[in-house]
Write a protein that binds this ligand. Structure first.
Ligand SMILES: [Zn+2]
Length: 395
């Protein structure tokens, strides 16, 4: 019988072989042995297992001008599919991706001020629709990930999502009972940071800060190439850092929080106060974007004001983390055109000169999809690691 250590080493080698194929597919067994330093026999036996598990497949020998060409190995990215949901305060975005993060289908709905029960009805509806659209595959749906705008415990409980008015909601168990697949619940800014790091504007950065600007503001930190979650997973609540000690009251219980001045919620409140609604209904972000695009000065000024206020918090973040890159994402990123100048101007005037060196400020490349892609990536990783987990749990 194998010892636990031998089992771990084998799993690690198998992961290494699979990751090599994932990244460099198509690739031969001999090339894998060369690149990983594993001996050919080990590679062969691990490859056989992966073939049997349908995580990879072989292509016929390639054409050759000289000697015999080896059989090539390819990653089977459609061995299973992952569902990712970005659960916003006023929208739901759901996607299905293959195991490499390619989006096959997406569904989205917008809403306003809904109860927990109503949001859950929409959530089930979107998940059901995505499941119905998912193609048949050896592993089917390998899990569902949900990014939420709030603090999430390591056990997947939403401890507090002030803008949703959610407290102590065991979303993970609720979804696990209903769908019977692995469920991952993650803070949406953490998920967004991970999505940008893997697929978006942050691929090259070792230290990046993702600022998710929606109805609230959340921040995801990639430090030394790793998602930093803090001791209990509660890091990144920087939308609630105080920027005005005598400021307005926030839903979190504090006063003068950054998100009260620089979020979509702040934008809409100011725009309503300025009487920008034409119909008497509350102004929406889409409506303001339309006005600004058509050159409406008051609408443009609203965005410029947000750009300046974003700079205030980003300046604080830079002084704490000295990052290489800041990525502004989520819905507010669609106002990039009007946010950039005021933001940069204020940053240049207020940020310590040495912090400005080697610092890039970008807007999300994945626009509104970073968080959904981030959670599907967590789901896929969890699927690939599950063999090892099963074994350790059995001990
Ligand atoms: Zn707050």
């Amino acid at each position: 019988m194998k010892t636990w250590n031998q089992h771990v080493v084998k799993q690690e080698n198998k992961t290494l072989v699979l990751n090599t194929i994932k990244q460099l597919s198509p690739i031969s067994r001999a090339e894998i042995a060369n690149l990983t330093g594993l001996n050919k026999g080990t590679v062969s036996s691990l490859v056989s297992e992966l073939l049997e598990e349908k995580l990879i497949y072989e292509s016929g020998p390639g054409q050759s001008s000289g000697g015999r060409r080896p059989v090539m190995l390819l990653f089977n990215q459609v061995a299973g599919f992952s569902i990712g949901i970005d659960l916003g305060v006023n929208y739901l975005l759901g996607i299905v991706t293959d195991l490499q993060g390619n989006i096959l289908h997406e569904k989205t709905i917008s809403y306003k001020d809904l109860t927990y029960e109503k949001i859950m009805t929409h959530l089930y509806d979107i998940i059901d629709q995505l499941i119905a659209l998912t193609p048949k595959s050896p592993y089917g749906i390998v899990g569902i990930g949900v990014g939420v705008p709030g603090t999430v415990s390591k056990a997947g409980k939403v401890l507090l999502a002030p803008n949703l008015k959610w407290r102590n909601i065991d979303l993970k168990s609720v979804l696990q009972d209903k769908y019977n697949v692995p469920i991952i619940i993650e803070n949406e800014a953490n998920a967004g940071a991970y999505g940008e790091k893997l697929f978006g504007a942050g691929k090259e950065a070792k230290n990046l800060v993702y600022v998710s600007v929606g109805i609230g503001i959340g921040v995801g930190l990639i430090l030394n190439n790793q998602l930093y979650r803090g001791n209990n997973g509660f890091s990144g609540e920087l939308g609630h850092m105080t920027i005005d000690i005598a400021g307005e009251k926030c839903r979190c219980g504090n006063k003068g929080c950054w998100e009260l001045y620089a979020s979509e919620q702040a934008l809409l409140k100011k725009a309503n106060d300025a009487g920008l609604s034409s119909t008497g209904d509350d102004v929406t972000l889409d409506y303001l974007l339309k006005l600004a695009t058509s050159g409406e000065t008051i609408a443009i000024q609203q965005f410029e004001h947000i750009g300046e206020n974003l700079a205030v918090g980003i300046n604080n973040i830079i002084n704490i983390f000295n990052p290489q890159q800041i990525i502004i994402g989520n819905r507010m990123a669609s106002a990039k055109r009007w946010l950039t100048n005021p933001l940069e101007k204020r940053m240049q005037a207020r940020t310590l000169w040495f912090q400005q060196r080697d610092l890039e400020i970008n807007f999300s490349e994945l626009s509104t999809h970073s968080a959904a892609l981030g959670v599907t990536a967590f789901v896929a990783e969890n699927f690939f690691n599950s063999d090892l987990q099963k074994f350790s749990q059995a001990l």
